[in-house]
Structure formats: structure tokens, C-alpha cells
Design a protein around this ligand. Structure first.
Ligand code: HEC
Ligand code: HEC
Length: 242
């Protein structure tokens, strides 16, 4: 059976970094220039917002969008304004992004996006940046049944991403348990997706939640997270969502 989407949807990545960068390059060169301020970790992280867009592309199976964004992330010179000695960690983020650009399939690319998250986490770990204490793990609020699937699974997805990027064991485990519960199914408006497709997808995510709980190392967690995104993407592609 062919699945016909009722309406086209967009997840709409939010990063404006590309536009901002383009605007910088377009600035007139004749005007006197103020010395460039040394980029701070805050500037660096503004640009790393691109990494969140990669997740959106990974979970919709949008390989084209993923490649464009990964290329941008892989060439961010701004990300080099980091404390001396930290360059190798930025290089790891860049290398994972380059691997995502070169990945031959959406699932291989998802694997590299998870590697980006792992590389972020390695630097945080090296700097003793305990991001976990800043993370909000509370379940999403809102009771409109129409948004339940998107709300619940975006929350789970965020927990797993944060858990790896933090890295935060607590956040990862909260995400894993929530995924095993898969409260987000069936998506309320998804009458155009056959019941068996929905049931299979929900079952796969439930199993991945268990796998996520069992995964102890950053490497194992990155592999599970990539499989989660591929499972989201499998169904979203069939449902015509990009
Ligand atoms: C070169 C090392 C390094 C790399 C690579 C790195 N970070 Fe960070 N990150 C830091 C440091 C140091 C801090 C703490 C800064 C502070 O205290 O606000 C931080 C803080 C953060 C924060 C918290 C910011 C806030 O306002 O609370 C987030 C979120 C974050 N990083 C995400 C990422 C993501 C996503 C990546 C990868 C795409 C990444 N980081 C890569 C060093 C790094
Ligand atoms: C078995 C099918 C299936 C799986 C698996 C699935 N989804 Fe969905 N998802 C849908 C359908 C169908 C919609 C459209 C919902 C509607 O029409 O109400 C949707 C919509 C969404 C939306 C809203 C998009 C928009 O622009 O309206 C988000 C966010 C979302 N899903 C997140 C996720 C995440 C994250 C995962 C994986 C952890 C996931 N979904 C797994 C079927 C699925």
C-alpha cells in the first residue's frame, strides 16, 4: 500500500548561522575594520547550533539537507577560537561532520551525526564541564492530543542527544526509559499511515529504548542513537514527512 501524505510538512531547522556567516562575508571591505574579537567558547557554541539541525535531518532521512549542514559544520573556522590545547577536540567534531558529508546513505550519515555528538561530549568531559547539572529532564507539558507524538518524541530525542553531548548518564537513562515507554504512539493525525507500519515503528523504538538502557559506553550509545534516528526516518519518509 502506498502512503499518501495529507499535507506536506517541514521540520524547519532553526539555525540562522549560515545566513549570518553569509552576511559577514558580504560586508564592504573598504570600510575600516574593527579588530576581530577573539572568538569565545560562546561564539563557538552558537555555531555548533548547526549540530541540532543535523539531528532534524537525520530523523527525517533528509540526506541532502544533512550533507549541506554537515559541510557547513565541518568548515567552521569560528569554531577554532577555543582555549589552546582544545583544537584537537574541535578537529574531532569537524572530522565527524566531514564523514557525514561523505556518507553514502542516510543511515550511514545518521551514524556520523551521532559521532558528532560523541565528539562534543569528549571535549566537555576533558574540560570537566558538567553540563548534566544544567539539563532539564522534566517531561514536556501540554495536553493537546494532536501534538502528543511530536512533543513526546522530540523530548526523548533531546534527552538522548543531551545525554551523549553532556555527557550526562542521568539524562541518557531518562531518555532511554522514556523511549522504551513510547507514549507517543500512535501519532493522532496519522490516519494515512497503515496501522501495521505504526505498530512496527513503535515496537522498534521500544526495543531501542531497552538497547539504550543497556548501552554503557559513549560508543555504544552513539550507535543506538543513530539507529533511533533511522527508525524515526524510516516511518517519516513513508509518511511523506521531511
Ligand atoms: C573544544 C571543546 C568543546 C567542544 C568541541 C564542544 N564544546 Fe560545548 N562546551 C565547552 C565548554 C568549555 C563549555 C562550558 C562553557 C560554559 O561554562 O558556559 C561548553 C558548553 C556547552 C553547552 C552549554 C552552554 C550553555 O549555555 O549552557 C552546550 C549546550 C554545548 N557546550 C554543546 C556543544 C555541542 C553540541 C558541541 C558539538 C557540536 C560542543 N558543545 C562541542 C567545550 C566544548
Ligand atoms: C511508525 C511511524 C513513526 C515513527 C517510528 C516516528 N514517527 Fe514521528 N511522525 C509520524 C507521523 C505519521 C507524523 C505526522 C503526525 C500527524 O500527522 O499527526 C510524525 C510527526 C512527527 C513530528 C512533527 C513533525 C511536524 O512537522 O509536524 C515530530 C517532531 C516527530 N514525528 C518526531 C519523531 C521522532 C523524534 C521519532 C523517533 C524517535 C519519530 N517521530 C518516530 C510517524 C512516526
Amino acid at each position: 500500500m502506498r502512503i499518501i501524505p495529507i499535507r506536506s510538512r517541514g521540520f524547519g531547522p532553526t539555525s540562522v548561522a549560515a545566513v549570518m556567516l553569509a552576511a559577514c562575508h558580504a560586508a564592504p571591505t573598504s570600510a575600516p575594520r574593527a579588530p576581530e574579537p577573539a572568538p569565545s567558547p560562546a561564539t563557538m557554541h552558537e555555531h555548533f547550533a548547526l549540530a541540532r539541525d543535523l539531528v532534524t535531518f537525520a530523523m527525517t532521512g533528509n540526506l541532502e539537507g544533512l550533507r549541506v549542514t554537515a559541510r557547513e559544520l565541518s568548515t567552521l573556522e569560528e569554531a577554532r577560537g577555543v582555549p589552546a590545547g582544545a583544537e584537537s577536540y574541535v578537529d574531532r567534531v569537524h572530522a565527524a561532520a566531514r564523514a557525514a558529508v561523505a556518507a553514502p546513505s542516510a543511515s550511514a550519515a545518521a551514524r556520523e551525526v551521532a559521532e558528532v555528538a560523541r565528539a562534543c561530549g569528549e571535549c566537555h568531559l576533558a574540560y570537566g564541564t558538567d553540563l548534566g547539572v544544567r539539563f532539564q529532564d522534566d517531561p514536556p507539558s501540554g495536553s493537546d492530543p494532536r501534538g502528543r507524538h511530536a512533543r513526546y518524541l522530540s523530548w526523548v530525542n533531546r534527552l538522548l542527544w543531551d545525554g551523549l553531548v553532556g555527557p550526562s548518564d542521568r539524562t541518557w537513562r531518562t531518555g532511554a526509559e522514556a523511549l522504551a515507554g513510547t507514549e507517543g504512539f500512535p501519532p493522532p493525525d496519522a490516519t494515512y499511515v497503515p496501522q501495521d507500519v505504526l505498530a512496527r515503528g513503535a515496537g522498534e523504538l521500544r526495543q531501542l529504548g531497552k538497547d539504550a538502557s543497556a548501552a554503557g559506553s559513549a560508543d555504544a550509545r552513539a550507535r543506538v542513537l543513530a539507529r533511533v534516528w533511522v527508525t524515526c526516518a524510516d516511518c517519516h519518509t513513508q509518511a511523506g514527512i521531511r
